[in-house]
Design a protein around this ligand. Structure first.
Ligand SMILES: *Cc1c(COP(=O)(O)O)cnc(C)c1O
Length: 233
């Protein structure tokens, strides 16, 4: 884990990459949020993010967030970006401000029940395996409409958009090509679903340390960046 000073240098580098990608795509940088991925790092990583003005951090495990969040900055938002088992839905609905990894109707139902019991509306993204990577979670693209309908039917969920993780290729050029195709596929799917169901789905969470430029080019509204900010895990 890097020092705060080193983190600030890395943050400036990430911001400049995001700004350059926005400029190349003719997009306003204010339309792309930076989610600092603090998984596996101590709670100091969340403090760094907050001190530098970031609004939210991403974690991939419920237990880790439950342990870190009470020790972290009070106003910081915590988002789940990792696979969630249905039996942990209640704990996840309590520990997170938004869940980006909703990938089944069963999970959507469990989260909805937990949110309703807590008297709140839980913001969610639907995770789609837009790159058809056998190693990745997320619903298959052809199942996304059914998952969306199930989530939209739950008054205690607010479906804000879609999330995906691009597959890795065998070498850098293939990885870059897969990333571009995956992000364009997610954006196309979002456009189709939004039109078919008459809903907005404004959020497209896509792009990480290695592929954020391709994600911004394809319309990402939230890049999830870990190692480029905090160093290798
Ligand atoms: C770990 C993780 C990230 C961040 O990855 P980096 O390559 O470290 O930027 C982004 N999204 C998800 C879903 C992750 O699990």
């Amino acid at each position: 884990m890097v020092t705060y000073e080193a983190f600030l240098v890395r943050l400036a580098e990430v911001r400049s990459r995001m700004n350059a990608a926005c400029a190349a795509a003719g997009r306003d940088p204010a339309t792309v949020a930076l989610l600092a991925v603090t998984k596996t790092h101590p709670v100091a990583a969340a403090e760094f993010a907050w001190r530098a003005g970031l609004a939210a951090v991403g974690e991939n495990r419920v237990q880790e967030a439950e342990a870190k969040r009470p020790a972290g900055p009070a106003g910081l938002r915590w988002e789940l970006i990792g696979h969630l088992q249905s039996n942990k839905a209640g704990a996840a609905a309590r520990a997170f401000d938004r869940i980006q990894s909703v990938d089944s109707e069963k999970l959507a139902g469990r989260l909805a029940r937990a949110a309703a019991e807590a008297g709140r509306v839980l913001p969610v993204l639907l995770q789609v395996n837009a790159g058809r990577d056998p190693a990745k979670s997320g619903c298959e693209p052809e199942d996304a409409a059914r998952l969306l309908d199930a989530a939209l039917a739950e008054p205690s969920l607010r479906v804000e958009g879609l999330m995906t993780i691009a597959p890795l290729g065998a070498e850098p050029a293939e990885t870059a090509d897969l990333a571009r195709r995956t992000f364009e596929a997610l954006r196309g799917l979002r456009d189709d679903l939004a039109a078919a169901r008459g809903v907005a789905l404004p959020e497209l969470s896509m792009g990480m340390s290695g592929d954020l430029e391709a994600a911004v080019a394809a319309g990402s509204t939230c890049v999830r960046v870990g190692s480029a900010l905090f160093g290798a895990r």
